[in-house]
Design a protein around this ligand. Structure first.
Ligand SMILES: Cc1cc2nc3c(=O)[nH]c(=O)nc-3n(C[C@H](O)[C@H](O)[C@H](O)COP(=O)(O)O)c2cc1C
Length: 300
């Protein structure tokens, strides 16, 4: 008998749907017991988001400052797991506050120490640096990262910016104005994600994860877009400056968050298209580095 724990947090239900779809082959196997653990914050974030709350989550998300969580149920805490699947979303290029809060809680060490962990990301499209941060946090809990699966919105970056904002502020995952594509991870990608569960099951049964990531990648578990990685790295540098500045502004925080909001709009709609054009011109010079990065970010 194998025990699998699936830890997740989801506001819209998208990531929960992804986690439950990936888990299907495990749930259908008589030799596997799957336990779900939904991370609950003591002070939950409201969904849909209000604009002020959305930007207010920036400094603590980026600086990875945890909040208090409710203890997982006794059922979750009472077992020892052979494998943990950690489903997380990215907030401001970092693991989301709820997931970071779980990982920095006393419960994470108890559940994850010396245990193989597979990360399952469901986000817009910018996740690479968040996963680098995740690797550090997991190391601190004593977990062994053995796999990574990433589901993203595959539409053009700027289209997904428009549709996700509409989704987060309305709470409805639908075609904006009837002309934009549906936001988030496509229904097709979610439905097909059970194929990853089949691969995971095989490795769980043989208790060997050495070739797991290779097999996941062959089955399209991770798609790398080099320009997004470049933007992710650049934005991390700017976010570091902004977050360290804002966190110290106790009284004038709302004013500074408005400034960050304006910066973000300029960065997305003015700076990033310019950087993209420059990137295209210098692309041939970067081929060797891009190849190396692709192989690195597809790994664990
Ligand atoms: C405050 C906030 C910040 C976000 N920042 C990012 C980001 O930096 N990169 C990204 O790919 N997605 C980002 N997203 C999208 C989320 O990763 C996720 O896809 C979306 O919130 C849906 O997840 P859910 O299952 O919790 O509803 C952000 C979402 C929120 C609410």
């Amino acid at each position: 008998m194998k025990n699998v724990l699936i830890v997740y947090y989801s506001q819209s239900g998208q990531l929960e749907e992804i986690a439950r779809t990936v888990a299907k082959p495990l749930l259908n196997d008589a030799d596997v017991t799957v336990t779900f653990c939904d991370i609950q914050l003591e002070k939950p974030f409201a969904f849909p988001w209000k604009k002020e709350a959305f930007f207010d989550a920036f400094p603590e998300s980026f600086l990875q400052i945890p909040s208090k969580i409710h203890a997982p149920s006794d059922e979750v805490l009472s077992k020892k797991y052979d494998l943990v699947i950690l489903a997380y979303q990215v907030w401001y290029l970092s693991p989301s506050i709820p997931v970071n809060s779980f990982l920095k809680s006393e419960f994470a060490k108890q559940l994850l120490e010396n245990t193989p962990v597979i990360t399952l990301i469901g986000c817009r499209n910018m996740w690479a640096m968040a996963q680098e941060k995740m690797k550090v946090i997991l190391k601190d809990t004593g977990a062994k990262l053995v796999g990574n699966i990433v589901l993203v919105d595959r539409h053009i970056n700027h289209v997904s910016v428009i549709t996700i904002v509409e989704w987060m502020f309305s709470g409805e995952k639908k075609k904006y104005l009837g002309i934009f594509p549906k936001p988030g991870v496509s229904d097709k990608d979610i439905q097909e994600s059970s194929k990853f569960g089949t691969i995971i099951l095989k490795h769980l049964k043989s208790n060997s994860y050495e070739t797991l990531q290779e097999e996941l990648v062959v089955n399209d578990a991770v798609e790398i877009r080099p320009f997004l990685i470049e933007m992710d790295k650049k934005a991390n540098k700017m976010f570091k400056i902004w977050s360290n500045l804002i966190i110290k502004k106790i009284d004038s925080r709302p004013k500074w968050l408005k400034g960050f909001n304006i910066y973000l709009l300029v960065a997305i709609w003015v700076i990033s298209p310019i950087v993209y054009i420059l990137y295209l011109f210098t692309y041939p010079l970067k081929l060797a580095r891009i190849k190396k990065e692709k192989s690195y970010f597809k790994g664990v």
